[in-house]
Design a protein around this ligand. Structure first.
Ligand SMILES: Cc1cc2nc3c(=O)[nH]c(=O)nc-3n(C[C@H](O)[C@H](O)[C@H](O)COP(=O)(O)OP(=O)(O)OC[C@H]3O[C@@H](n4cnc5c(N)ncnc54)[C@H](O)[C@@H]3O)c2cc1C
Length: 481
């Protein structure tokens, strides 16, 4: 590997991938004053799996008692308010209802109830059809049995991921965007990480949190024992006019795995996912069949949702892990899939649900492994208060409303750019712009102009969401404001 620009930088730990797992690893390692670097191949954090998921903080009845997954989920769920308070992130402990139809669905509900009782989940209760309709009046009358878990909740995954990253930065963690790790080798005590086939950084330890590509990143160093078979997961978002149409998260168990309905923090209803085969490069498209299925399933659970507006559909990638020695052997539902080369490279490969719920707990677990490997006694600092960016949003000259649906001002957009947004979606993730009824058709051109002028980037290079999503096609009219 070539080392450009003189001596390479040397770190205690380098984290590959700026999703929820990478950002929480960075935060927890930076809390121990380790010299930490986050490498992300895209232009921002939270652009992979972490940006499109079901946003549920699970109560912890899905896994067997005593497993690591259960232990992490229970602890994470119990401490979620505290974490969100520290990171200044919104969280709603709205509770969940697992409802069933048919004999198989009923068996699943009963099994999860037994598991939940063993896992000592607070407030867990089996509900009859009558009790279900009292708690959630809009539910299908066909639901014959329900499992109520008041400790389930929902969070905004983008907000959580960005907050973890901002806190890691406050503690001194560095980040390099547009930095794809293209090679890993170890010489003496240091990993040499090649970036974009050009530069090299050195590190005493490496954490691979590369999401859908985590097996490929592991393969840069050693043959992975877990491989990923990607799947596309499709979602649909509703904008309900009736504000109390749905109060709880609904998990729907029928003869096959059903979808979930989630009342989001910003008053929408998220339905999904339905899955279909994909590969890591698949465009994040939705399909006619997938959307029809989502609509039909949503109506089955909550019949009145048929009258509500469908705001948008989107999809994300799901990293299904399998055993490369036996490709038919899925590793679904196994323990958090942490592989450790024992010489300082730890990989999180194929972490699916409840990766969002457990992101902070997994970050702490990985931190302890790294400290152990580096023989460092932990002195763990508190999570610092989240930095406040109000320079522009409190400036009377920046109060023009750009996003009419969500009431976002030009000042808030400028503050989002100070916080690291470089794309229209980067602003959206930090402010909520473009999430209303018009889905950004009014504000996006204005936000693109502000990005262009503030970052001194030609308008033609401003993207909606990174590579391949230029906002203007060549030759478009530039003066949009
Ligand atoms: C459909 C779906 C629904 C889910 N719903 C829930 C839920 O409701 N509740 C819950 O608890 N969990 C849920 N999860 C799990 C949770 O979303 C994930 O575990 C979590 O987002 C962690 O993602 P990540 O950090 O591993 O990956 P990502 O967010 O994909 O981050 C990986 C990052 O690595 C970067 N990268 C890749 N290769 C390289 C490289 N070579 N160099 C540098 N950077 C690289 C990518 O650009 C990306 O930004 C869901 C998962 C899926 C798939």
């Amino acid at each position: 590997m070539r080392i450009l620009d003189g001596q390479p930088s040397v770190y205690d730990t380098v984290i590959i991938g700026g999703g929820l797992l990478g950002c929480f690893c960075a935060l927890n390692l930076a809390r121990c004053s380790l010299k930490t670097l986050l490498l992300e191949k895209r232009e921002d954090v939270c652009t992979g799996i972490s940006k499109a998921n079901t946003a549920v903080i699970y109560p912890g009845y899905d896994n067997r008692p005593g497993t690591l997954k259960t232990t992490l989920t229970l602890k994470a769920n119990r401490d979620f308010e505290k974490l969100c308070q520290k990171l200044n992130v919104s969280f709603s402990r709205c509770g969940s209802l697992l409802i069933s139809e048919g004999p198989k669905g009923r068996q699943t509900v009963e099994k999860k109830y037994r598991q939940g009782i063993e896992n000592q989940i607070p407030g867990l209760k089996l509900l009859s059809a009558r009790e279900l309709s009292e708690l959630e009046p809009g539910l299908t009358p066909k639901a014959s049995l329900g499992l109520y878990a008041p400790s389930a909740g929902t969070v905004h995954p983008w907000e959580l991921c960005i907050a973890a990253w901002e806190a890691a930065k406050e503690l001194g963690a560095q980040t390099m965007f547009h930095s794809e790790v293209t090679g890993i080798c170890k010489k003496d005590a240091y990993f040499h990480l090649e970036i974009n086939h050009k530069h090299t950084v050195l590190s005493r330890s490496v954490i691979n949190c590369a999401g859908i590509l985590a097996d490929q990143v592991q393969a840069l160093y050693t043959e992975p024992v877990i491989r990923i078979r990607p799947e596309l997961a499709e979602y649909m978002l509703f904008e309900p006019e009736k504000k109390d149409l749905l109060k709880h998260i609904i998990f729907y168990e029928t003869e096959e795995k059903g979808i979930s309905l989630v009342p989001t923090l910003n008053g929408k209803i998220l339905a999904g996912p339905v899955n279909r085969p994909a590969n890591a490069d698949s465009p994040l498209s939705t399909s006619d069949a997938g959307q029809k299925k989502l609509l039909a399933e949503s109506e089955k659970i909550l019949p009145k949702i048929a009258e509500e507006k469908k705001l948008r559909s989107f999809s994300g990638l799901r990293p299904n892990p399998y055993d490369p020695a036996d490709p038919q052997r899925s590793l679904r539902g196994m323990e958090p899939l942490i592989t450790d080369t024992k010489d300082g490279l730890i990989s999180l490969i194929g972490i699916k649900t409840p990766g969002l719920t457990c992101s902070h707990e997994l970050g702490k677990l990985i931190r302890d492994k790294v400290l152990d490997f580096l023989h460092i006694d932990p002195v763990v600092k508190e999570i610092p208060p989240r930095p406040v960016f109000r320079e522009y949003s409190e400036n009377p000259a920046c109060q023009k409303i750009l996003c009419r649906c969500e009431g976002i001002t030009s000042g808030e957009v400028l503050d989002a750019i100070q916080r690291g947004a470089t794309t229209i979606d980067g602003v959206k993730k930090r402010t909520g712009s473009g999430m209303g009824l018009c889905q950004g058709s009014h504000c996006s051109p204005r936000i693109a102009e502000i990005l262009s002028s503030t970052l001194s980037v030609p308008m033609e290079q401003i993207t909606k969401d990174g590579p391949g999503s230029c906002y203007l096609s060549p030759g478009c009219q530039r003066n949009l404001l």
